[in-house]
Design a binder for this molecule. Structure first.
Ligand SMILES: *Cc1c(COP(=O)(O)O)cnc(C)c1O
Length: 508
């Protein structure tokens, strides 16, 4: 399928609007569509007494755009078509688990009994909501193989931070405040290091060999820093190289012998749901990313949830409030744990996300969750096997029985030697309708590809064809890739300027 692409006219708004057949005019800013007096909503008549807001509380009037409802809908619908989403195309973004989010989740979260709750209602009025939170807690405890879950943290990174605070509180309470060293493999996710830093811990790297933790190096760094200083070893398993570390139990023993805790970064739980449980391989604490594993929406910084699961000895330090079941079967919030680290988020945590989590886990059931793990691992191994003759895979070698988990890493050296960059390859994937994978992590010059459990074999086969077509283009016309994307609404953006000098405010 070597598709030859013609460059379509660009539709960025700095080009003149030309209405030619087959060509779409540029979409102006909503401000540019504004005309005085237009409005998109009809407010109901006022049925309460008016009161005047004191002048000192009023700022200068803000120049908001004025558009009719239809123009508003057209505007945002058009913009949404320029966007990229799990509902429009294949999205193999490694370590992010961009799976399909079943619509029944949205139906459940939209039920007015859930959507219109007030967080300050009495426990007696919200028994159904509390039951949902309690059952979600129990599901996650079971999946983790750990004793207690807190639903409070707002994201995976926030879960890491909260759990490190809980571990720190435990050591302080047990007269070991000097345990502040957190060990992490050199392939750790950036949030692991950031969470440690925010908690005032010292992060120490542990070497990996062929993608797996080097246990000798783990012993060495523990000795070097003093076992009495070790707070935790943070590890992702399956890890960021896409490998399940079979010696995780041994790593746990080494860390426990030093008096430290094993923290499992649960971002990759999709691969092991119902197959093994972190508590069973020695984890003392972990987080879940509901937006990765349990099909809740990924949203630019929220609304998300990163529940944590901990072993019994860490329970007293969990954040509050905690949802509980009383002896009579009713539900309530426990707000009284003297050793708790306190609050990490407002009210009950991200309730709407837990409705979706509950719906997903309930719909799957134990067999369904195991099936998720099996399919995600099968999909990744299928892609790796079909692509490895063209895209080198340092950690994937069926001859040595080295398979991947739910994702795999390729370092396409031969193609890069033809003079294209990894970025060129990623940008060309956009032209073929595929979201570029995670890049340059956990190793330089790599693509990390995660197909997830919800993609059909047909989509996987199409992806193989796309990657092979790009490889053929590189062999014949590497210059073409330097131009990519040729078909996207925005061509190659200046990513440094976009990150360092973003223009976020409209000025006339
Ligand atoms: C996604 C991810 C995180 C961070 O999770 P967020 O929910 O995005 O905060 C941490 N570790 C790993 C390995 C991840 O993939």
């Amino acid at each position: 399928m070597t598709r030859v692409m013609e460059s379509r006219p660009q539709t960025t708004h700095d080009r003149p609007v030309v209405a030619t057949l087959g060509q779409r005019p540029a979409e102006p800013l909503i401000f540019e569509k504004s005309s005085p007096g237009q409005q998109a909503v009809d407010l109901p008549p006022l049925d309460v007494p008016t009161s005047t807001i004191p002048q000192e509380l009023l700022g200068a009037p803000v120049a908001l755009p004025e558009v009719g409802q239809h123009d508003l809908v057209v505007h945002y619908t058009r913009l949404s078509h320029r966007n990229y989403s799990v509902d429009t195309n294949f999205y193999p973004l490694g370590s992010c688990t961009m799976k399909y989010n079943p619509r029944i989740n949205e139906w459940a979260a939209g039920l007015s009994g859930f959507a219109r709750l007030h967080p300050l209602q009495d426990d007696a009025q919200i028994q159904g909501a509390l039951r949902l939170l309690y059952e979600t807690r129990c599901f996650l405890q079971e999946i983790a193989g750990l004793d207690e879950v807190s639903l409070q943290p707002a994201a995976g990174a926030h879960g890491e931070y909260t759990a490190l605070k809980v571990i720190g509180a435990y050591f302080k309470d047990h007269g070991q405040p000097e345990r502040r060293v957190v060990l992490a493999p050199d392939t750790a996710h950036g949030t692991n290091l950031a969470s440690c830093t925010m908690c005032g811990s010292e992060v120490v790297g542990v070497r990996t060999v062929e993608g797996l933790t080097d246990l000798d190096d783990l012993r060495r760094v523990i000795d070097e820093h003093g076992p009495e200083k070790i707070a935790a070893f943070m590890i992702t398993n399956p890890n960021t190289a896409g490998l399940f570390d079979p010696r995780i139990g041994e790593a746990a023993e080494i860390v426990h012998a030093a008096g430290g805790m094993l923290y499992l970064d649960g971002a990759n739980m999709n691969a092991i749901l119902g197959k093994t449980r972190p508590g069973d391989f020695g984890a003392d604490a972990m987080h879940f990313n509901t937006h990765k594993t349990f099909s809740t929406p990924h949203g630019c910084g929220g609304p998300g949830a990163g529940p944590i699961a901990v072993c019994k000895k860490l329970s007293p330090y969990l954040p509050l409030p905690q949802v509980m079941m009383a002896a009579d079967g009713s539900f309530y919030f426990d707000r009284d744990r003297p050793k708790s680290i306190g609050k990490v988020r407002s009210f009950w945590g991200q309730f709407g996300v837990f409705v979706r989590t509950w719906a997903y886990i309930s719909a799957c059931g134990p067999e369904g969750l195991r099936n998720v793990a099996e399919k995600s691992v099968l999909a990744a191994n299928y892609l790796a096997a079909r692509l490895r003759d063209v895209f080198e895979m340092p950690y994937f070698d069926p001859a040595r029985r080295r398979f991947c988990a739910h994702e795999f890493v390729t370092v396409p050296r031969r193609l890069l030697e033809k003079g294209v960059t990894l970025n060129d390859i990623a940008k060309r994937m956009i032209d073929y309708g595929v979201h570029p994978p995670t890049m340059h992590w956990p190793v330089q010059d790599c693509l990390m590809i995660e197909p997830t459990d919800t993609e059909s074999k047909r989509t996987l086969d199409q992806f193989v064809e796309v990657m092979r077509a790009i490889a053929v283009e590189i062999d014949h016309d590497p210059g073409l890739l330097a131009q990519a994307p040729l078909e996207a609404p925005v061509r190659r953006a200046d990513e440094v300027a976009a990150a360092r000098a973003p223009v976020l405010v409209w000025e006339e």
